[in-house]
Design a protein. Structure first.
Lengths: 110, 113
């Protein structure tokens, strides 16, 4: 089975940086994903890590350490539109199902 | 990126009736699709894996006779909520597997009254 933990809520100021941590314990590993979800909408893909290290994509970066079962999503230069829920998801080896964490609600304040 | 279309986006039905939700991959073939359910302020919970041309695989605790899944073609999977009850009211989301990430449909807000 999969056990994925991430903080419930985070608040930050517009223009600041926020780091959302995710720890996981899985029976196999074939990639870690971060999705953004606005209230009442479907998740949208942000990033994918399968090897250790940092993946940078514009204002968003994601880091993975497989040995530690740890990832983080870094949001830079926060904008009001970044207020959303951020979901950490793990794909098990040889199984393309995604297991999701409970999500971290980020609130950006002016 | 790949596009997955889900329909309807919103449906209200009476208790005891059935509701069908469609999930289509528009620009790629999806041999596997996934159906999730999400209650308010909770994460996505996988209900079942839909396999083209074969039976769906249901997660533990999901009633296969209540949530009927059909994946008759490489671009369409359907989820039918049979004999719906108010506790089935939820946000249902499908996704289609692509490499490497999964793409999600827009979701269906089901309200059973």
């Amino acid at each position: 089975g999969q056990n994925i933990d991430q903080p419930t809520e985070m608040t930050a100021t517009e223009g600041a940086i926020v780091q959302i941590n995710c720890t996981y314990q899985t029976s196999g590993f074939n990639g870690l994903f971060w999705y953004q979800q606005h209230a009442g909408e479907a998740p949208t893909f942000l990033s994918y890590n399968v090897l250790d290290g940092l993946e940078e994509k514009g204002r968003f970066s994601s880091f993975l350490s497989r040995s530690k079962g740890y990832s983080y999503l870094l949001l830079k230069e926060l904008q009001m539109k970044d207020s959303a829920s951020y979901l950490c998801a793990v794909r098990a080896y040889n199984d393309y199902k995604l297991s999701f964490g409970a999500g971290t609600t980020v609130t950006v304040r002016a | 990126g790949a596009v997955v279309s889900q329909h309807p986006s919103r449906v209200i039905c009476k208790s005891g009736t059935s509701v069908k939700i469609e999930c289509r991959s528009l620009d790629f073939q999806a041999t596997t699709m996934f159906w999730y359910r999400q209650f308010p302020k909770q994460s996505l919970m996988l209900m079942a894996t839909s396999n083209e041309g074969s039976k769906a695989t249901y997660e533990q605790g999901v009633e296969k006779d209540k949530f009927l899944i059909n994946h008759a073609s490489l671009t369409l999977s359907t989820l039918t909520v049979t004999s719906a009850h108010p506790e089935d009211s939820s946000f249902y989301i499908c996704s289609a597997r692509d490499i490497p990430e999964a793409f999600f449909g827009q979701g269906t807000r089901l309200t059973v009254v």
